[in-house]
Design a protein around this ligand. Structure first.
Ligand code: NAD
Length: 423
């Protein structure tokens, strides 16, 4: 077994790097290529002056990191959160490069973030931050350069503002500059459900491989935002039993199964706290729910949920990573020893970027597909990618995560060799 070492377990950049190191070593990557792929292409820091509603002038710090443009324009979300750091954005940008390569999309990786607390901002303040951030980055983003998307704390509306601001700068409407837009502004059918749907597709593949049935599968979902709620709704409808749910306010665990459509209405339409859902089951902390009995554990919230300190408590047969980086590098080894079948983030949540790619293609064609077409193409990409990762793992005798990294690094390195280095 290849071992990973992370100096600071909770530093996501170190965590991502630790996996890269192991995969690069296993691949026998040449030193020059290794150095090239280890570091980002470009890191941009912007200081965003914003007139607040109370009349004060505030300055927010924002980042955009381009990790790679070797296989195509960079692609990656924009995160608005109080704890955004450059290290985190770097890690997420590199993950996007590997994720796009795992599912074989013609994109490189990028990520952006602004240090702010969206829950404390008015709509007007959020719009002004978004527009100034976009204006500062207008030379670096674009359909052929870098195509942002929503992430934690940003949504369709944020993307509409990014698209409008960019379009005002270039003097024509450019819908393909961002994905995850509202349908009326060049968004794609099926994008909202895409990441959750992708999770379900690879989970189905894992069940088939392990000889398990949906009906006998208890699922715990941590996070009830875009990824978690859509995965829970689709998996519930498909016959999985959702026994645990959690969001930032806490968790519920119910062996009899949670009524997911009613919970969605409770949380998303009625805006009530998830743990107060009537007859929802036992109340637990959002962390504790991860260690309850289940067949499938789906962390779909934030990073560093499973660590070397707690991974031994996981009871699931399958760990399906909906979030980016929910498992630290040292926790990988604990899970491997326990025989947990891991569907790593760069495969498990790649349904989102896959339909983002479809959105970008549709915007550039000016021709939009039916939802059934989007879903069918998504299924094709996810199933094929799952097979490739598992085959790679079996052929090279590594776990699924290292296999996914190896497959991705191999693809990017091959493209880089073909392109050569511009001097
Ligand atoms: P979101 O903002 O829509 O939802 C996040 C959810 O997590 C919310 O329900 C929130 O209450 C919950 N949460 C936050 N902190 C928590 C904590 N400490 N414990 C438990 N729950 C907590 O975000 P999202 O778009 O669903 O993204 C979730 C994760 O999936 C992130 O890691 C993101 O990078 C990743 N991801 C998202 C997409 C996408 O298409 N949205 C695609 C790929 C990966």
């Amino acid at each position: 077994m290849a071992t990973v070492a992370a100096h600071n377990e909770l530093n996501v950049y170190e965590s991502a790097e630790a996996r890269f190191e192991v995969a690069a070593k296993k691949l026998g990557l040449e030193e020059g290529l290794y150095k090239y792929l280890k570091y980002p292409n470009k890191e941009i820091t912007v200081y965003i002056p914003v007139a607040m509603d109370n009349g004060h002038l505030e300055v927010f710090i924002g980042y955009r990191v381009h990790h790679s443009i070797v296989r195509g324009p960079c692609k990656g979300g924009i995160r608005f959160a109080p704890d955004v750091t450059l290290d985190e954005v770097r890690a997420l940008a590199a993950w996007m490069t590997w994720k796009c390569a795992v599912v074989n999309l013609p994109f490189g990786g990028a990520k952006g973030g602004v240090i702010c607390d969206p829950s404390k901002l008015s709509l007007g303040e959020t719009e002004r931050i978004t527009r100034r951030y976009t204006a500062e980055l207008s030379e670096w983003i674009g359909p052929e350069r870098d195509v942002p998307a929503p992430d934690l704390g940003t949504n369709e509306q944020t993307m509409a503002w990014v698209m409008d601001t960019y379009s005002m700068h270039v003097r024509h409407t450019t819908t393909a500059v961002v994905t995850g837009k509202p349908l009326d502004l060049g968004g794609s059918q099926g994008r909202k459900e895409a990441t959750g749907r992708g999770c379900m597709i690879v989970c189905d593949k894992a069940l088939a491989k392990l000889g398990m049935q949906r009906e006998n599968c208890r699922v715990i979902v941590q996070g009830f935002g875009n990824v978690g709620s859509m995965a829970a709704v689709l998996m519930h409808a498909a016959g999985y039993k959702i026994v645990g749910v959690a969001d930032i306010h806490g968790a519920l665990y119910n062996e009899k199964g949670v009524d997911v459509p009613a919970l969605l209405d409770w949380v998303c339409t009625r805006h009530k706290p998830l743990p107060d859902f009537p007859a929802g089951g036992a109340k637990l902390s959002a962390q504790e729910v991860l260690f309850q009995p289940c067949e499938v554990l789906l962390p779909a919230a934030v990073e560093n949920q499973l660590t070397s300190q707690n991974a031994h408590r996981v009871q699931a047969r399958i760990l399906l990573e909906g979030a980016n980086g929910p498992t630290t590098a040292p926790a990988d080894e604990v899970l491997e020893r326990k025989g947990v079948f891991v569907i790593p983030d760069i495969l498990g949540n790649a349904g989102g970027v896959t339909v983002s790619y479809f959105e970008w293609v549709q915007d550039r064609q000016g021709f939009f597909w039916r939802e059934s077409e989007v879903n069918e193409r998504l299924r094709d990409v996810m199933e094929h990618s799952f097979d490739e990762v598992v085959r790679y793992a079996e052929t090279h005798g590594v776990n699924n995560r290292i296999a996914a990294y190896m497959l991705a690094i191999d693809r990017v390195a091959f493209a880089l060799k073909l392109r050569g280095i511009y001097a």
